[in-house]
Structures are given as structure tokens and as C-alpha cells.
Design a protein. Structure first.
Length: 98
């Protein structure tokens, strides 16, 4: 029966498989790599977070870069997160709504 479901799309689309995530602390921030699959490749996507005045702030970033390996996507996402922090530092959350 499952073969027929796959052939005819019975039961709707299946949920995408969960991809591994990895996080690392960097300069008082936390960088979390959250790549997702797009057209057979893995899209660079991550979240930078920091506790500011008792409130956890997050900045999500997605770049056009796609990788054939999920490990490569994770490594480059963490690299890009470090680069964003190096370039913006404490200004990352300026103007963020409460």
C-alpha cells in the first residue's frame, strides 16, 4: 500500500526529514546553524541569539549559498554567523522591537 501512496500521492506530502543542527558560543552570542533542504541542496541558514537586558534576542539569517553536503552547510553557516558578529557586534539588535 505504501508504494501506491508514493505513486499517487495519497495521504499528502510527508514532513521533511529533520536536519542536524549545531550551535556554538562566539563573543557573547550563540550561533545556531539551521540549514534546510531546497531543491536537493542544503541552504545556508542560521540564528544568532543573545540575552539583552534579560530578554533573549534573535537574528535569523539566510543566504543564497547552497551546498551538496549538510555538514558543509553547517560549517559555512557558523562561519557566516561569526562574520556577521565580527562586522556588527552589539549593533546587531539595535532597533529590535520589544
Amino acid at each position: 500500500m505504501s508504494l501506491l501512496k508514493k505513486l499517487f500521492g495519497i495521504g499528502g506530502p510527508s514532513a521533511p526529514a529533520a536536519l542536524p543542527e549545531r550551535s556554538e558560543p562566539y563573543e557573547g552570542f550563540e550561533i545556531r546553524a539551521t540549514p534546510y533542504e531546497e531543491e536537493g541542496k542544503y541552504q545556508l541558514c542560521g540564528v544568532i541569539s543573545q540575552e539583552v537586558d534579560g530578554v533573549r534576542r534573535e537574528h535569523r539569517y539566510v543566504r543564497a549559498d547552497r551546498f551538496s553536503s549538510v555538514e558543509d552547510a553547517i560549517e559555512m553557516t557558523l562561519f557566516k554567523g561569526r562574520q556577521i558578529i565580527d562586522q556588527t557586534g552589539d549593533r546587531l539588535f539595535l532597533g529590535a522591537a520589544d
